[in-house]
Design a protein around this ligand. Structure first.
Ligand code: AMP
Length: 286
């Protein structure tokens, strides 16, 4: 596995792959890798000739400087995991490599980013779209891999690809969880023992909501209330939002269950200073 640290080195490598008609898969990450990331790398290795994994903690997508500073960074451990998973080239640029000058362009995804993560982390998806666009241009992938764990992110990236005619396919894979249901996340490393012990409640809350959504015995608003109450019973968890949304448009349900649609149950919560997100999908009967 090669380690590339400059944008120019990645571009030069990409050019050679393209000339040799090799199919390129890209897996963008912020590192502190876990099984959720590695399933994307393995899938990219199965479905392409070469795999680029980027490990870059992107400052422009953090709306909180402290969160950026505390984000886990373990480059040596990441590099050791990637070769065996099928990564061909690990791209680990510095901030200066990715942002030789401040960007001026602003991304605005309208209603897609006026809810959930976009609503609670202003500018977050501008930063995501900026860095992902740069990575697409530098690595010119045939396919790019993302996790369902960040449902709003993958929806917005599909919109980015459509709107800017990026010539590539977006591939999404399901959320990988710990045995107790907690969604794997690089941020889980920062949980205290006490917070880690109650963290599976987030998935339990989503499963409670999913069961109620499937039954459709109560309105979406009543389900929202039930899930919020379930989490309120755990003092170590502070719920930031819980939203029942149409999985495609991401718009919150209002008053009724849309027949035949897939509903996304999405939440963000704080556990002792660590912010976690998770979601599950439920397809309603037609
Ligand atoms: P991150 O390093 O957190 O920016 O994540 C990089 C990619 O891995 C994103 O596409 C995430 O959605 C995906 N990912 C993160 N955690 C998981 C997980 N538990 N299961 C599946 N994919 C994940």
């Amino acid at each position: 596995m090669e380690i590339l640290q400059s944008a120019a080195a990645l571009q030069a490598q990409t050019e050679i792959w393209r000339q040799n008609k090799l199919r390129v898969g890209l897996v963008p990450t912020m590192g502190a890798l876990h099984e959720g990331h590695l399933q994307l790398v393995r899938a990219a290795a199965r479905e392409n000739d070469v795999v680029v994994v980027s490990v870059f903690v992107n400052p422009t997508q953090f709306n909180n400087a402290e969160d950026f500073r505390l984000y886990p960074r373990v480059p040596d451990a990441d590099a050791a995991l990637l070769g065996p998973a099928g990564c061909t080239a690990l791209f680990m640029p510095s901030v200066e490599q990715m942002y030789p000058q401040p960007t001026v362009l602003r991304f605005d995804f309208g209603p897609l980013e006026q809810v959930m993560e976009g609503e609670h982390r202003p500018g977050h998806f501008h930063g995501v779209a900026t860095v992902v666009s740069k990575l697409f241009h530098l690595s010119r992938p045939h396919r790019a891999y993302f996790g369902q764990k960040d449902l709003q992110q993958v929806t917005i990236i599909r919109q980015l690809v459509a709107d800017l005619s990026f010539d590539l396919e977006i591939v999404a894979y399901p959320t990988i969880r710990e045995e107790d249901g907690l969604a794997m996340s690089s941020r889980n490393r920062r949980l205290s023992a006490e917070a880690r012990a109650v963290a599976p409640r987030l998935y339990q809350a989503l499963m409670l909501g999913a069961g109620l959504a499937q039954e459709q015995a109560q309105t979406p608003e009543a389900v929202q209330q039930a899930v919020a109450e379930f989490l309120a019973a755990e003092p170590a968890i502070t719920l930031e939002y819980f939203t029942l949304a149409d999985a495609q448009t991401l718009q919150p349900l209002a008053g009724f269950w849309p027949r035949g649609r897939t509903v996304a149950l999405c939440l963000a919560a704080h556990l002792g200073g660590v912010r976690l997100i998770d979601n599950v999908l439920v397809t309603l009967p037609g």
